[in-house]
Ligand binder design. Structure first.
Ligand SMILES: NC(=O)C1=CN([C@@H]2O[C@H](COP(=O)(O)OP(=O)(O)OC[C@H]3O[C@@H](n4cnc5c(N)ncnc54)[C@H](OP(=O)(O)O)[C@@H]3O)[C@@H](O)[C@H]2O)C=CC1
Ligand SMILES: CC(C)=CCC[C@@H](C)[C@H]1CC=C2C3=C(CC[C@@]21C)[C@@]1(C)CC[C@H](O)C(C)(C)[C@@H]1CC3
Length: 439
C-alpha cells in the first residue's frame, strides 16, 4: 500500500521534474536494505577484495580458505595492460552485438508514468555469434588457456569498470526525471544511493545499460572464462577431465537458457524494481564472471577423478534442478503475460486488490519460490564434480543459498505491500518458501 501511494506521488512529480537536476528523495530511511548506509559503505570495499581473494586461493595448491596468511599475490600480478584491452574489447563487442538489428523487440512492464520501454531480444544471437568468433580464434591458434594466467588482472579491470560505471550512473541520475528513479535507491544518503542505484532504467538513447549488463558481458564472459580453464587443462594434461566437462556443460546450459529466455528477465526484480547502481553493476560485470566459475578454475589446479555412476548422479541432479527451474519460471511468465493461455488457464488462482491474480496451484502451489529450489539444486550439481576435499568449490552454492534467502525476504516484503491480505492468504495456502517441509 505504501508502494502504491509512492507510485501515485511519483507519477504526479514526473510532470514537473524533467529538465532540472532532481534533488528529491522518494523513500525514508526506515526502509533501507543490505545493512543500510553501513552495509552500503562496506560492501563495495569488501566484495571486490573477496573476488581477488577467492581467485588467489583457488589457484593456490592448498586451496584452503582457512590458510593463514592467505596466499595473496604480489601487486605486480594484479595488473596487465592486456587485461584492459581484453575487457574494453569484450564490452565493445557485446555492445555491438546488442545493437545489431536482429531478433524481436519486446516491451517491458508498465512504468510509473504509464509508458513501456522497448528491449531488443537478441541475446541468444549474441551468444551464438560470440561462439562462432571464439571457434575461429581457437582455430587460428589463439592461446585461450592463457586466461588462467590473466585471471587476476582481468578481475581487477572488471572491478575498475564496475566502479567507473556506478559513478557515471550515480552522477547522471540527478538529471533523470522523478518517475525514472527507483523507489529504493533515493534516500538522500549518497553512499547508500550509489550502492542501490538511483535510476531505474538508465539509457543512452535506446541502449539500456542495466538490461545489457544483466545478461551480456558478465554472463557470456563467465562461460568464455570457463572454456579458458578447460583449454588450460588440455594444455596441462592433454585432454579435459570428466569433471571439467560437466562443470562447463552445466554452466553453459544455464547461460544459454538465460539468453534463450531473455524476455523473461524483463519481469525479474532487478529490472522491475531495483535501481542500477554499484550492487548490480559490480554483480553483473565482476562478481558473476569471476566467482560463478570458480569450480572450473579449481579443477585446473586440483584435478578430480569422477566415476561414471557419480557423474550420472550429478547429471540427474542438474537435470531435476533445471526442470524445476525452467518449468516454474516459464509457468509464471506465461501466466503474467497471458493468464488465459491454455497451459495456465486451468490453474487455481486467488484475486488481489490490484487486479492481478496469484497462482496457488501448479509449481507456485508447491512452494512460494519453486524457481529458487531448482536453481539451488543446479548450484549443488555444479560443485559436486569438484569432490568433497575442499570447501572452496562449494562457495557458489553457499553464497547462492544466502542470496536467495535474502532475495525471498525482499520479494515477500514487496508482495505483502503490493497484495496485502491476498498475499497472506497465499502464504497460508502455500506455507513453505523454498524447500517443502523445511523452509
Ligand atoms: N544465478 C543467480 O545469481 C541468480 C538467479 N536468480 C534466478 O532468477 C529467477 C528470477 O528470480 P526473482 O526475480 O528473484 O524472482 P521471481 O521470478 O520468483 O519473481 C518474484 C515475483 O513473482 C511474482 N509472484 C510471486 N508469487 C507468485 C504467484 N504465486 N503467482 C504469480 N506470480 C507470483 C511476484 O511479482 P508480480 O506479482 O508483480 O508479478 C513476485 O514479486 C529465479 O529463477 C532465480 O532463481 C535470481 C537471482 C540470482
Ligand atoms: C554479491 C552481489 C554483488 C550480488 C548482486 C546480485 C547479482 C550477482 C544477481 C542479482 C540477480 C541476478 C540474476 C542473474 C545473475 C546474477 C544476478 C545479476 C541471472 C541473469 C542469471 C541467469 C538466470 O537465468 C536469470 C536470467 C534468471 C538471472 C536473473 C537474476
Amino acid at each position: 500500500y505504501l508502494t502504491n501511494a509512492l507510485h501515485a506521488k511519483c507519477s504526479s512529480l514526473s510532470q514537473t521534474g524533467k529538465m532540472k537536476p532532481n534533488k528529491h528523495k522518494l523513500t525514508h530511511s526506515a526502509e533501507r536494505e543490505f545493512g543500510g548506509a553501513l552495509g552500503a559503505t562496506c560492501i563495495p570495499v569488501f566484495l571486490p577484495l573477496t573476488v581477488l581473494y577467492l581467485l588467489s586461493v583457488c589457484r593456490s595448491p592448498a586451496a584452503s580458505v582457512l590458510q593463514w596468511p592467505p596466499p595473496l599475490p604480489p601487486t605486480a600480478h594484479l595488473w596487465d595492460p592486456l587485461a584492459v584491452v581484453l575487457i574494453v574489447g569484450w564490452i565493445t563487442l557485446q555492445s555491438f552485438l546488442y545493437l545489431l538489428p536482429i531478433g524481436k523487440v519486446s516491451e517491458g512492464l508498465v512504468l510509473r508514468d504509464g509508458s513501456r520501454l522497448k528491449y531488443p531480444i537478441n541475446g541468444f544471437h549474441a551468444l551464438s555469434i560470440t561462439a562462432v568468433l571464439l571457434i575461429v580464434c581457437l582455430w587460428l591458434g589463439m592461446p585461450h588457456g592463457y586466461l588462467f594466467e590473466l585471471i587476476l588482472p582481468l578481475a581487477v579491470c572488471a572491478i575498475g569498470v564496475s566502479y567507473l560505471l556506478s559513478m557515471y550512473l550515480y552522477i547522471r541520475s540527478f538529471w533523470a526525471p522523478q518517475h525514472a528513479l527507483s523507489l529504493g535507491g533515493n534516500t538522500g544518503n549518497p553512499l547508500y544511493d550509489f550502492f542501490m542505484g538511483r535510476e531505474l532504467n538508465p539509457r543512452i538513447g535506446d541502449f539500456d545499460l542495466k538490461y545489457f549488463c544483466e545478461l551480456r558481458p558478465g554472463l557470456i564472459g563467465w562461460v568464455v572464462i570457463n572454456l579458458g580453464m578447460l583449454m588450460k587443462e588440455v594444455e596441462l594434461r592433454g585432454s579435459p577431465s570428466l569433471a571439467m566437462l560437466l562443470v562447463n556443460g552445466f554452466q553453459l546450459l544455464y547461460v544459454t537458457d538465460a539468453l534463450w529466455n531473455e524476455e523473461a528477465v524483463l519481469t525479474t526484480m532487478d529490472i522491475v524494481h531495483d535501481g542500477f547502481g554499484f550492487m548490480l553493476a559490480f554483480g553483473d560485470l565482476a562478481w558473476v564472471p569471476f566467482t560463478y566459475g570458480l569450480q572450473a578454475m579449481f579443477l585446473v589446479v586440483h584435478p578430480q577423478s569422477l566415476s561414471t555412476l557419480g557423474a550420472a548422479g550429478i547429471i540427474l541432479l542438474n537435470g531435476i534442478g533445471y526442470y524445476i527451474f525452467r518449468k516454474s519460471n516459464s509457468q509464471k511468465n506465461q501466466f503474467r503475460r497471458d493468464p488465459t493461455h491454455k497451459s495456465v488457464a486451468h490453474l487455481e488462482t486467488i484475486a488481489t486488490a490490484t487486479g492481478k491474480r496469484l497462482l496457488v496451484s501448479g509449481w507456485w502451489g508447491f512452494v512460494r519460490h519453486p524457481n529458487y529450489l531448482g536453481d539451488l539444486l543446479m548450484a549443488l550439481a555444479w560443485s559436486l564434480p569438484c569432490g568433497m576435499s575442499h570447501i572452496l568449490p562449494y562457495f557458489y552454492v553457499i553464497y547462492f543459498t544466502i542470496l536467495l534467502i535474502h532475495r525471498e525476504a525482499r520479494d515477500e516484503k514487496h508482495c505483502r505491500a503490493k497484495y496485502g491480505l491476498a498475499w497472506d492468504t497465499y502464504c497460508r495456502r502455500v506455507p513453505y518458501r523454498i524447500i517443502p517441509y523445511i523452509y
